[in-house]
Every structure is written in C-alpha cells, then in structure tokens.
Design a protein around this ligand. Structure first.
Ligand SMILES: CC(=O)SCCNC(=O)CCNC(=O)[C@H](O)C(C)(C)COP(=O)(O)OP(=O)(O)OC[C@H]1O[C@@H](n2cnc3c(N)ncnc32)[C@H](O)[C@@H]1OP(=O)(O)O
Length: 398
C-alpha cells in the first residue's frame, strides 16, 4: 500500500503545484509577476496533487480538441505540469497520478489524452506513444532566393501583440486544422502570452492578408547581441490557411533587415519550406524529434472516429492501464469496431497511438518488435489503412 494520497487540488494550492513542477524542471519558482499567468493556465478541477503530508507530486490537464485523420475533432485531455519532488521519485508517485488522471478522463468520456514529453522514457508504460514528429530548419537568410513561381501577392502588416493577441487566437481556430492539430483554449494562450512577455526578447507578430482577408500569421523574435555579431530571427509560430499566405509570410521574413539566420522549429515532416528556395541547401534540416505523445483513452471511439483506406485488418490491442480497451478491433475502409475474428496484428495501446496519425508504419514497428503479425499481408493492409494524406502534426507545445 502506498504512503501517499492523490486528490484534485483547490485553487489556493495551484501556486504550490506550479512551483513544484517548475522545481522538477530546474526552473525558478513562480514570481509574483508570473502568478496571474500561472493561475490562468490552470483549468479548475484538472490539477492533481500527491501528498504524504506535504505536496510531493503533481499532474494537470486542460480540455482541448484534437483533429483526427478525416477531419473529425475529438475531445482530448492535454496533459502537462507533471512533476514529482526529487526526494520522492521512483516510488510510484507518477504512476498513481497517471492512473488517477486517466481514470478521470475515462469517467468524463474523454477519448484521447496527449502530452509533450520532457523525456522519451517516461510515458510508454502509461499507454502514450509518439504520434507525430517534427523537423527544424535553419535558413541562411543572406543567400536565400525564392524560386520563380512561388506565389506572390497579398500584404503583410505588423500586429500589436500587447492589444491584439486575441486576434491570433481567433485566426488559429479559423485556419484549417490538419490531423494532429489541437484547439488552443485560453489555458494554452495564457502560457503563450507569458512566454511572449519575457522582457529580454522583443516579439513581433505579422499577419498576411489575401483576397479573402487575413489568412496567415507569424510570430518571431530577433536576437542581436551586438552590432558586429551575427543575428538570428527565430520564428515562434507560423500558421496559414493557404499557399499564398505561406509564401507571403516567407517573403516578409526573408526581407527583415539585420538578420543573418532564420530558425524555424517544430514543423511537420512535409513542411514545404525547403521547396521555396532556388538553392534548397540554404535551408538546412538541423534536427527534429517527437512532437505529440498520444494516448487512446477509449480505443473503440478513437479508432471509429478516423478515416481509413484499403483492405481490412484485425488488431489485438493490449492495454495494461485501462484494461477495458484490451481486445480485438476490426479496422476497414468502413470504420472500426470490436470483433471476435482472429487477430492478424498484436500490439500495445502505445504502439497503436504511433499508428494513429500515420507517422509510423505498422511494418516498421513490426520490424523492431513493437507489433506482432501473422504475415506480410496484414502489415501491408495496416500500412495502407493508417496512412494519412498530410503528415500528422500538432505544433502546439504545451
Ligand atoms: C507532460 C509533462 O509535464 S513532461 C514533464 C515530466 N516531468 C519531468 O521531467 C520533471 C522531472 N522528473 C520528475 O519529476 C519525475 O522523475 C517523473 C515525474 C518523470 C517520474 O516520477 P516518479 O514518481 O519517479 O515515477 P514512478 O516512480 O511512478 O515511475 C514509474 C516507472 O517509470 C520509471 N521512470 C519514471 N521516470 C523515469 C525517468 N525520468 N527515466 C527513466 N525511468 C523513469 C520508473 O523507474 C518506474 O519504472 P518501474 O515501473 O519499472 O519501476
């Protein structure tokens, strides 16, 4: 039996939870100036604390919606703020917090949970898998020339972030969401706003307008340490509704004076940025990695919500944390449902999350022992069924 209890925190305990979380990430505790943002980031009733007399661990979530392949939006618990006091780690505190949180999602009928992971070895055991991946670009701004034929037109204007941040929130929700993208509720924007108000880095926002009105925006900072030092423009956010807006925002960014390098991180695997340039090597891929970690809280509902193409396959899913998900599911172009038919593929719920947005192929996961298969046909069918038109991508760090 554990010597601690887990319960939802009261509003007057939120600062302590935020301090604990920040301490576990080696970040300074919440300042008085930060406190209003920290409070706005917490959705009432969604922060859990573990106590052994004192607060020793915490995990919170906020409600959002996630677009799944085919365009439907499903409720999701956006999990964040996870930390256990360093003198109480490795005795099951996180495991209890995760179980409590997943049970709470189940009771409220939330079919998906997702998070961004500080370390990649923590969350598989709780059923989360890397469901989307990203890449980072560095552009040599002084050598960059756009190819002939890149769309032109439209106009770009500065947006006043101190008074018009809400405008970005509206635009983000208006623009199309590809599979893997989530809604950004006020709990998310409060954290973004705090990030933007860091005193050391002035932040600019721009909007692009085309014939139908505003159809793209970007947020960026420029770091310029000294007059004779190279300077870097860091694109914090880039969202757009069409190709013209994408090109128009880039035309602007490439023309910002006193900039040597442009950094653009966390983009989808099929991001077209390198295709813009006459010499594609001015745009180097400098890294990448896991983006959204997904957890199918209700496997039946999550599988039934997305679209598929191709021949059917029967999956046998194992879920050690939410046992009622364990069982067989038939997935076909007509949808997905529970079945008694014999299994063709066996996999954990974490591996299923890796298939969900098409970021990984079943055949690749089988090759490294994450999926068991009766034969190559089943893998071929699963590869096709779970493939997506555009790369899955979230791009909303939380
Ligand atoms: C979504 C987010 O908020 S991401 C931020 C996550 N937080 C951090 O990274 C802050 C620093 N780290 C911590 O606070 C803690 O180490 C936590 C929260 C990651 C883990 O908390 P703990 O209470 O130690 O986890 P718990 O004891 O329940 O561990 C369960 C299992 O996971 C393993 N585990 C937990 N954390 C880690 C880790 N960082 N690295 C390797 N294994 C780990 C444990 O060894 C244990 O394995 P076992 O079941 O085989 O014995």
């Amino acid at each position: 039996m554990s010597d601690y209890t887990v319960r939802a925190l009261r509003p007057d305990e939120i600062r302590a939870a935020a301090d604990l979380f920040r301490t576990t990430l080696h970040i300074l505790a919440v300042s008085d100036e930060d406190l209003p943002y920290a409070e706005r980031m917490h959705q009432p009733g969604r922060t859990f604390g573990a106590f052994d007399g004192e607060l020793i661990g915490t995990a919170r979530s906020f409600d959002a919606e996630l677009t799944v392949p085919g365009g439907k939006r499903l409720p999701m618990g956006a999990v964040t703020g996870v930390g256990v006091r360093p003198d109480r780690t490795r005795r099951g505190v996180l495991s209890e917090l995760m179980r409590t949180q997943l049970t709470e999602f189940t009771e409220r009928g939330v079919p998906l949970a997702a998070l961004y992971a500080s370390e990649a070895v923590i969350y598989n055991r709780f059923g989360y898998g890397v469901s989307t991946v990203t890449q980072h670009f560095r552009i040599d701004r002084r050598r960059a020339r756009l190819r002939d034929g890149v769309p032109s037109g439209g106009r770009v204007d500065l947006l006043r972030l101190d008074t018009e941040l809400d405008r970005l929130a509206e635009l983000y929700e208006q623009f199309p969401h590809r599979a893997g993208m989530m809604t950004r509720p006020p709990y998310w924007w409060a954290g973004f706003e705090r990030h933007l108000r860091r005193p050391e880095s002035p932040v600019q926002a721009i909007v692009h307008s085309g014939p139908e009105g505003v159809d793209g925006y970007a947020v960026y900072t420029v770091e310029r340490k000294a007059w004779d030092q190279p300077s870097t423009l860091d694109v914090v956010s880039l969202q757009y509704a069409n190709d013209e807006a994408f090109a128009g925002l880039w035309r602007y960014l490439l023309a910002v004076d006193l900039v040597d390098t442009i950094e653009l991180g966390g983009r989808p695997p099929d991001d077209p940025t390198p295709l813009l340039f006459a010499d594609p090597r001015v745009c180097a891929v400098t890294g990448g990695g896991d983006d959204l970690w997904l957890r199918l809280v209700d496997v039946g509902q999550a599988l039934a919500a997305r679209e598929y193409e191709g021949e059917p396959v029967v999956l046998e899913v194992a879920d050690r944390v939410l046992e009622r998900n364990s069982g067989r599911y038939r997935v076909s172009a007509d949808g997905a449902e529970r079945t008694d038919e014999p299994a063709e593929l066996t996999l954990g719920v974490d591996a299923l999350a890796m298939l969900y947005f098409g970021a990984w192929k079943a055949s690749a996961l089988a090759g490294v022992g994450r999926i068991g298969a009766t034969g190559p046909d089943a893998l071929r069918h699963a590869d096709r069924l779970f493939a997506t038109r555009a790369s899955g991508w979230c791009g909303t760090h939380f």
